[in-house]
Design a protein around this ligand. Structure first.
Ligand code: BGC
Length: 592
């Protein structure tokens, strides 16, 4: 344990000194650029350009310059020249050119390059892939989360990216939801404490976003972008809490959710956006819409824009129809449908975030390839992965070395892509076994063990189950279980091997790679030891083997209730009937 603390302190000092743009978000606005003077100098066209966030592939350098674009979206799975294997140099060159285009516009205002670096700078092939948020929820040492956020931010700035659409502060109350793994847990205490750690690590290096406002994890049956039948009282008591805590930390950006509350889409909900978030809670940052989300509002595009902007949206993530949006907003202002005050308020917020972040002084950084998947970041990813795995059952309490000949099987046993999950290189995840970083469980295990080629010849059988990779609504399922829903089709054969091996008196260890706790039926009966790995990222293989070796102790605790049946998945039901409660997690070697 002490050795670990020394390593972590070293890492934190190292990453702090490596940080180049540090601005304390709580410190007064930098005086080098006056927001008010700048705002007063802008034409309506220049102001509206600041409010748009087109997708990188849908805008040219000339258009960035001519339209005074305020921000660029790098969508999940969008890469320079549409090449998923783009080099760090390709990324850096692309973002630099875009920034230079913005700086040569009539307003000369630098742009915010936004990306979903939700578990490391995960769109970039070769970046460190940290565990997903669900894993961060299981970690007890919050300094590790801070280190993850800091390292992610450094792998962004190395490539001139400043705006992260992370952390999600969703409180996933139904694991049928495909975005469960983007949620850090099922209580506001767990989510807020981890979000605070995340913001401590990220702020000052990049501009973080908390999302998706508010109650995205509360939809009925966990349907992505669905409707939440929830009272205001319940929403305030649980789902609003992380936002209150984020505003207390001066969070610069909040992203609005796609879903509806009692039938009203959040993007048009003036009460929650303007009255609650901005006026009551005092949020002074940028309220960002989600990808094409305003197109889900009623009316034609112009009406949708008017509704969203008047409800409080400041920046519009309209990846493709951004040009039309600019034209329509200008018409709406000229017609009096959107007031100039509302435009000024939105642009003031955008400029203030840019000034506070030091973007006017520091918008292009030298390419720092050595920080990408550096030894220090690899070590942080390892710590985070190992501290986030939860030991659910242990009747062995022996390290691997004492378990004789090993046999390894199952869809997750030789697969880094499945350990990384959604939002890895591609939006839906990278389903290849090798993703350029990290090692599979098999690769790590083979370093010190000669594996049996048939389970019949082994003393101990290790079975690695997996869920397929997915993101957003692709991950919704009515039946989130070990063998159904998004479960890997090979789980069934793997479970059969476990059953036979157990019946023959062998030691059987189960490892589960999944974006949520899965209904296990009676599967645990066939295992002597069972570990929930969730989505541990590139270093998951090294981490789980170190834990099974007893080189380090299990410390992860569940931040979700572990379900028993499909009938008991909604939050009210699961609190009363579950396999394991929140907070559960065994320790393999208590002497540590
Ligand atoms: C997601 C957001 C994400 C955005 C940009 C949307 O579909 O809901 O979480 O930040 O895309 O990639």
């Amino acid at each position: 344990m002490k050795k670990y603390l020394a390593i972590m302190t070293g890492i934190i000092i190292l990453t702090l000194t490596a940080c180049t743009t540090a601005q304390d978000p709580a410190s007064p606005v930098m005086e080098t650029v006056s927001v008010e003077a700048l705002l007063a100098s802008l034409s309506l066209e220049e102001k509206v350009g600041q409010m748009l966030q087109p997708e990188r592939s849908a805008i040219s350098l000339r258009e960035i310059r001519n339209y005074n674009i305020g921000s660029i979206l790098n969508a999940g799975g969008s890469h320079p020249d549409d090449d998923p294997l783009s080099t760090f140099n390709d990324w850096h060159a692309m973002t630099r050119e875009m920034q230079e285009a913005a700086l040569s516009s009539s307003s000369k205002i630098p742009l915010l390059y936004g990306i979903d670096a939700v578990h490391g700078n995960n769109n970039v092939y070769g970046a460190t892939i940290f565990p997903h948020n669900i894993n961060l929820g299981m970690i007890q040492d919050l300094e590790v989360i801070e280190a993850v956020a800091r390292a992610t931010a450094l792998e962004m700035t190395a490539l001139n990216m400043h705006l992260n659409f992370s952390p999600s502060v969703a409180i996933a109350h139904n694991i049928r939801w495909g975005r469960t793994y983007e949620s850090m847990g099922q209580t506001s205490e767990i989510v807020s404490s981890r979000m605070q750690a995340y913001l401590r690590g990220a702020q000052g290096i990049i501009v973080p976003t908390v999302k998706h406002y508010v109650g995205d994890g509360a939809t009925d049956q966990g349907i992505d972008q669905g409707n939440a039948s929830i009272s205001e009282e319940a929403l305030r008591a649980v789902h609003l809490i992380p936002y209150i805590d984020a505003i207390a930390m001066n969070v610069p950006v909040i992203m609005v959710s796609y879903h509806s509350i009692e039938g009203v889409k959040m993007h048009g909900n003036q009460y929650y956006l303007n009255d609650v978030l901005k006026e009551e809670l005092g949020f002074e940052g940028i309220l960002l819409s989600d990808y094409n989300a305003i197109n889900q509002l009623e009316g034609d595009f112009k009406a949708q824009l008017i509704t969203a902007i008047n409800a409080g949206v400041d920046m519009l993530m309209q990846p493709f129809n951004w040009k039309e949006a600019i034209e329509l907003i200008i018409i709406a202002v000229n017609d009096g449908d959107i007031s100039m005050d509302r435009i000024d308020d939105a642009v003031r917020r955008i400029l203030t975030v840019k000034v506070n972040h030091g973007l006017f002084e520091n918008s292009v950084h030298p390419l720092n390839e050595s920080i990408m998947y550096s030894e220090a970041h690899h070590q942080i990813a390892f710590e985070a992965a190992s501290q986030s795995m939860v030991l659910l059952k242990d009747e062995l309490n022996k390290p691997l070395d004492e378990l004789g000949t090993l046999f390894l099987t199952g869809p997750g046993s030789d697969h880094v892509g499945l350990m990384a999950g959604g939002w890895t290189t591609e939006w839906q995840g990278n389903e290849s076994p090798r993703i350029g970083v990290g090692r599979s469980i098999k690769e790590v295990l083979e370093e010190n063990h000669t594996l049996a080629s048939r389970w019949q010849d082994a003393d101990t059988v290790i079975v690695v189950f997996a869920e397929r990779s997915y993101s957003e609504w692709f991950g919704d399922t009515p039946n989130p279980s070990l063998l159904e829903g998004l479960a890997h089709p090979d789980n069934r054969a793997a479970l059969n091997i476990a059953r036979f091996a157990k019946a023959q008196g062998k030691n059987v260890i189960g490892l589960l790679i999944s974006g949520r706790p899965l209904i296990l039926g009676d599967a645990l009966d066939h295992f002597d030891q069972f570990v929930a790995m969730f989505l541990p990222g590139s270093e998951g293989g090294e981490a789980v083997i170190s834990l099974l070796n007893h080189d380090i102790p299990f410390t992860g605790k569940l931040s979700f209730y572990w379900p028993m049946t499909t009938s008991g998945l909604d939050y009210n039901a699961i609190q009363n009937q579950h396999l394991f409660p929140i907070g559960y997690g065994l320790s393999s070697n208590p002497q540590d």
